[in-house]
Ligand binder design. Structure first.
Ligand code: KIV
Length: 271
């Protein structure tokens, strides 16, 4: 790349244009500098610093334990690596549900302390006031409907959401509420493909699906899942693009064997 090359960063306006042109939007999670650098340089549109960091990075069973301070730490690491992607950060459980002032304070902390470009919140009408207040402060907001992992204890299961008429109707109302509140995009997680298609058709803003079929304006996956690092997790919606678990396991085995056998370091690997 020449020194004069200007790298153009994805913005919320870019996403709007992509939807208008019928071009799909790509989004992947990252929680640290090294992974974010690979993902950014490979050409992703959006990096999501998801609260799935609670599961993937910290080994918790749910996304509930991760704190705002921890999310800001992950987000700041990702922002240092991301030169062209839009970086969106999840507001974690308990940092915005209280009231709109609390939501705004949390969003402001994320933006100030991490340098990220937008925040994501889970929920529909019940958090519309908070979303409006955050947007009024100039902070772009991504919505998240369908399976909302921060409410796992309310539902008790991670199965497909909005399969029944009442829930589907509520979701179609909520996408409009979020669009009218000013969200620039909405994640639709684990809902029937026909419902995601209808929601996408009704909205001007883009939908980003995970387990929501091919008609969303974009797709998101957790990076560790699509890289095949996380061996035990194989939901139907997941396409695994690599088997890093096997590659990394073999690398560690070779290293252990070389160290134990005394072949590492060799002549050229010392001073
Ligand atoms: O936290 C996360 O990784 C997410 C995606 C699954 C959309 O919210």
């Amino acid at each position: 790349m020449s020194v004069n090359t200007v790298i153009k960063r994805t913005t919320t306006n870019t996403l709007h244009t992509l939807k208008q042109r019928g071009e799909k939007i790509s989004m992947l999670t990252s929680y640290d500098y090294s992974m974010a650098k690979i993902v950014d340089e490979a050409g992703i549109d959006i990096i999501l610093v998801g609260d799935s960091a609670s599961n993937v990075m910290a080994g918790h069973e749910t996304t509930l334990p991760i704190t705002l301070d921890q999310m800001i730490y992950h987000a700041a690491s990702v922002v240092r690596a991301a030169k062209r992607s839009l970086v969106v950060v999840d507001l974690p459980f308990g940092s915005y549900q209280g009231n709109s002032k609390e939501a705004l304070n949390s969003a402001v902390r994320v933006m100030k302390e991490s340098g990220a470009h937008a925040v994501k919140l889970e929920g529909g009408e019940e958090i519309a006031d908070s979303i409006k207040r955050i947007i009024t402060a100039g902070i772009p907001v991504m919505g998240h409907l369908g399976l909302t992992p921060q409410s796992i204890h309310k539902f008790g299961t991670y199965t497909v959401r909005a399969k029944h008429e009442l829930e589907a109707e509520k979701l179609l109302q909520d996408v409009i509420v979020l669009e009218e509140a000013g969200c620039f995009a909405i994640v639709l997680e684990k809902i029937p493909a026909v419902l995601a298609e209808e929601a996408t058709r009704r909205l001007v803003i883009p939908t980003i699906g995970i387990g929501a079929g091919p008609h969303c304006d974009g797709q998101v996956l957790v990076a560790q899942d699509m890289f095949g690092i996380n061996k035990g997790f194989k939901p139907r919606f997941l396409r695994q693009y690599a088997d890093l678990h096997e590659i990394m396991t073999n690398a560690v085995k070779s290293y252990v064997s070389d160290v134990k056998g005394g072949s590492f370091p060799n002549e050229s690997e010392q001073y």
